[in-house]
Write a protein that binds this ligand. Structure first.
Ligand SMILES: Cc1ncc(COP(=O)(O)O)c(C=O)c1O
Length: 279
């Protein structure tokens, strides 16, 4: 945001760990990915950018065959990196008054036993719907974690959700502000009786919820704890401990579409495609 890369290393670490859980690997070294991403953002000229990276199994079919661990690891995994203008899960205007969320009743989140939720997987429901695993506890939304504040304690679901990097910042801020944070099951009932509530994600930051199932959360105003966390979260974007500046001036201001071919640690030839879209 504003020409600075925020929490890049944390995101790369989570993707790398997720790859390991899925028996995938980065086709090119991590440091090279980092260098390319910075270059792509600089060349795009986009100062408020949304950066996505994806690793796929590759172009060989795995459906019919039973592959050994070695065979799976020998597949040529692909890497896709996209730079687009920033995406807001909740538009900034709505963040001034708060959003209207619903507790999902008929749709459940894929249970952790079916797909590891610590590997990012977005599932689409209606806009700000808060699903469960078929019990009476809320989990996470499609692209965001959920935090409830009740009786001076912040509550957020764990385990069974993505370990959000925004949530990590929220926890750090809450601890600095002297608040207790509990990572444990969050009953739907606690959400209904929260003093304050918000969702959090890289794509939008700290997003207050002021209505739940059409009923006000407390007095339907954004509460002081959420406000403080919101302020500090955006201030962190200018803090060198969490972000660094991108050098746009020395980047070629053109839209590149380049292919670099490199050998990875397995001696395989892999392709990384640079695509920068100016929407
Ligand atoms: C399922 C899910 N939960 C939570 C999050 C929030 O994670 P982060 O704060 O790292 O963006 C995301 C982000 O896309 C997500 O897809």
């Amino acid at each position: 945001m504003d020409g600075r890369f925020f929490h890049l290393d944390d995101h790369l670490t989570r993707v790398q760990q997720s790859c390991a859980k899925m028996r995938l690997r980065f086709p090119i070294p991590r440091e090279e990915i980092k260098r390319l991403l910075v270059e792509m953002v600089a060349r795009s000229g986009i100062r408020d950018a949304f950066v996505q990276i994806m690793v796929t199994r590759g172009l060989e079919g795995v459906r019919e065959s039973v592959l050994t661990k070695r065979e799976i690891e020998d597949l040529k995994n692909n890497l896709y990196m996209f730079i687009t203008p920033y995406i807001w899960v909740m538009e900034p205007e709505m963040q001034l008054t708060g959003g209207d969320a619903v507790i999902a009743r008929t749709v459940r989140r894929t249970p952790p036993g079916a797909f590891d939720p610590t590997v990012k997987n977005l599932q689409s429901w209606c806009h700000f719907s808060l699903p469960n695993h078929g019990d009476a506890n809320i989990t996470e939304g499609s692209g965001f974690n959920i935090v409830c504040f009740k009786d001076e304690v912040l509550h957020t679901a764990d385990p069974g959700v993505l370990e959000g990097i925004t949530r990590k910042s929220v926890i750090e801020i809450a601890h600095t502000n002297g608040h207790e944070v509990r990572l444990e099951t969050v009953p739907v009932d606690l959400a209904y009786h929260s003093d304050e509530m918000f969702m959090c994600t890289t794509a939008g930051g700290v997003m207050p919820i002021t209505y739940l199932d059409k009923k006000p959360v407390k007095d339907s105003k954004i509460g002081p704890i959420t406000k403080k966390i919101w302020d500090r979260y955006w201030a962190m974007h200018y803090d060198d401990a969490y972000s660094f500046e991108i050098d746009y001036d020395n980047a070629e201001q053109k839209t590149p579409s380049e292919i670099s071919v490199k050998e990875d640690s397995h001696g395989q030839e892999n392709r990384s495609v640079m695509e920068v879209s100016k929407l």
